[in-house]
Design a protein around this ligand. Sequence first.
Ligand code: 48F
Length: 259
Amino acid sequence: MLDDVVISRAIIESYYKELLDNLESDVIISGAGPAGLCASYFLCKEGFKVVVFERALRPGGGMPGGGMMFNKIVIQEESKPLLDEWGVNTTHYKENYYVASSLETLGVLLSQAIKKGVHIFNSISVEDALIYNDKINGVVINWTAAGIANFHVDPLTMRSSFVVDATGHAAEVAQVVSRKSGARLFTSTGQVIGEKSMWAEKGEKILLENTKEIFPHLYVCGMAANAVFGGQRMGPIFGGMFLSGQKAAQMITQRLRNK
Ligand code: 48F
């Protein structure tokens, strides 16, 4: 026998328990694209408490769309060990180029991250940051649907020791911190510089350099890192996104260990 209200109670109680248990965490990641998911996986692997907020109903960012909705992604040799670790199938295309199904990569990475203990809350947008004591202390969140409906709904707040901006091209957390804190970001202009046009070779190279702390306790990874520092976009080559997420995780791991 199935009771409809028991089904509702199971969903509501489980969701609220997970949300309440994660009001405070080690790291909040804004954006569940390839870079954010990868960062979350490696941080959880190190034993930290990690929460991801994703604006869209389904996680994955630009990954499922591959290149112009051809649902394949290309990765380079350097990042293949990551896909091997997760168990994603790759096909050798030619020297230094591998192809993977964008859907399989998303499905496997999502599953691996959740199995490691990452808490992913989808359909929730990060709309502001908690800034005091000269650093970022967490994020301000709201239902994406409330924004779409243009409802005047006040948000809620989640606290963490570190925040990662993995929001992709728009670099939304960096933008809001720059606009509202009155402080300079750690860029040459003190602000978000904005991404340059497509150039895969240069964009992928510079991405790892740009993956770093941009405001006290705020790190940036993935396409947001190139947007913040004025790096090139690189289109449907995804190796750099994964390596950037891994690098952000490694840097934050060191900081959390030294606390
Ligand atoms: O855009 P996205 O995939 O960023 P990424 O992880 O990867 C970039 C590639 O997809 C591609 C590329 C490859 O070479 O250039 O563009 O850097 O994922 C960003 C995710 O963040 C979500 C958004 O819905 C997407 O899933 N997002 C954006 N703004 C917010 C957000 C926000 N304010 N709050 C929560 N999630």
